[in-house]
Design a binder for this molecule. Structure first.
Ligand SMILES: NC(=O)c1ccc[n+]([C@@H]2O[C@H](COP(=O)([O-])OP(=O)(O)OC[C@H]3O[C@@H](n4cnc5c(N)ncnc54)[C@H](O)[C@@H]3O)[C@@H](O)[C@H]2O)c1
Length: 263
């Protein structure tokens, strides 16, 4: 489907939902924040990068949509708690938490420094998700159907040739497992938790590796569909998981990857 232009709202699928979207300054998080707003959610777009957040806000405005923005470092427990308490105070609670913010270092094991790369990646991919879920939890309980959407990866399932993704595979395997546990713990409280595992999506994070022909060749060889993914491909799955259309879906992982993991 073509990217939405200036038509503003597309539907009311998320009407009445209060959504917090992290990593909303770039790539998948930005695509999801815009898509949630197009479908009627009240969106708080969160990122560590204020310039990127402002670009997302302006992009929404050009479509006739409004987004609230909040700058926070999601590795900082105090920032995260203040963020969630602020959103809940302003809107009466939180219905949807989408955790797309992450940082990762892509290096072969011999180049990977414990503190600078390994710990930074696991903090950037796992702690960010844990802290957001923990701080949002009390505000999501008892809403009559809240939804957490986390991001694992095709790399949680397979090692891709030519990809130096050791710490990233550990982080995303962790998100996959953690999301199942969140689903179990959340069920009695009306909180669903699911993950999306994207294949290769063209974003700021993947721009450097997309400049390496041997990496692109390895990715394309695994694809059934003859193109790379776009943030909108992921955002459509996220709209379903955020909406009441998916109230029987929890503990699931949606592989949105052009068929890469299916053969
Ligand atoms: N792009 C892909 O091919 C792909 C594939 C599989 C999984 N994923 C996952 O999808 C998610 C989004 O990926 P993307 O490619 O859009 O990334 P991206 O780098 O384009 O965007 C991530 C955003 O998160 C923000 N961020 C990073 N650390 C932060 C922090 N501590 N606090 C607040 N904001 C922070 C960044 O500023 C950035 O705007 C990530 O979890 C990523 O691992 C992406």
């Amino acid at each position: 489907m073509a990217e939405a232009k200036a038509e503003g709202k597309l539907s009311e699928r998320l009407a009445g939902k209060v959504a917090v979207v992290s990593g909303a300054g770039s790539g998948i998080g930005q695509g999801c924040a815009l898509m949630f707003a197009r479908h009627g959610a009240a969106v708080t777009a969160v990122d560590i990068d204020p310039t990127a957040l402002e670009a997302t806000r302006q992009r929404a405005a050009r479509e006739g949509l409004s987004l609230e923005t909040a700058r926070a470092d999601l590795t900082n427990p105090e920032h995260v708690a203040a963020l969630m308490d602020g959103v809940a105070a302003a809107h009466g609670g939180i219905d949807v938490l989408l955790n797309a913010a992450a940082v990762a270092d892509f290096l072969w094991i011999e180049e990977m420094d414990y503190e600078r790369h390994w710990r930074r990646t696991l903090t950037g991919e796992l702690d960010t998700v844990f802290l957001m879920c923990k701080a949002a939890w009390a505000h999501m309980k008892g809403r009559g159907g809240a939804s957490i959407i986390n991001f694992a990866s095709a790399n949680a399932y397979v090692a891709l040739k030519n990809s130096a993704a050791l710490a990233h595979t550990a982080g995303k395997g962790g998100v996959l497992a953690m999301t199942r546990q969140l689903a179990m713990e959340g069920a009695p409280h009306g909180i669903r938790a699911n993950s999306i595992s994207p294949g290769l999506i063209v974003t700021g994070a993947t721009k450097p590796v997309l400049e390496r022909p041997e990496f692109v060749a390895a990715v394309k060889e695994k694809l059934m569909l003859d193109r790379l993914g776009k943030p909108e491909d992921i955002a459509w799955a996220a709209v379903y998981l955020a909406s009441d259309e998916s109230t029987f879906v929890t503990g699931a992982d949606f592989r949105v990857d052009g068929g890469a993991l299916a053969w």
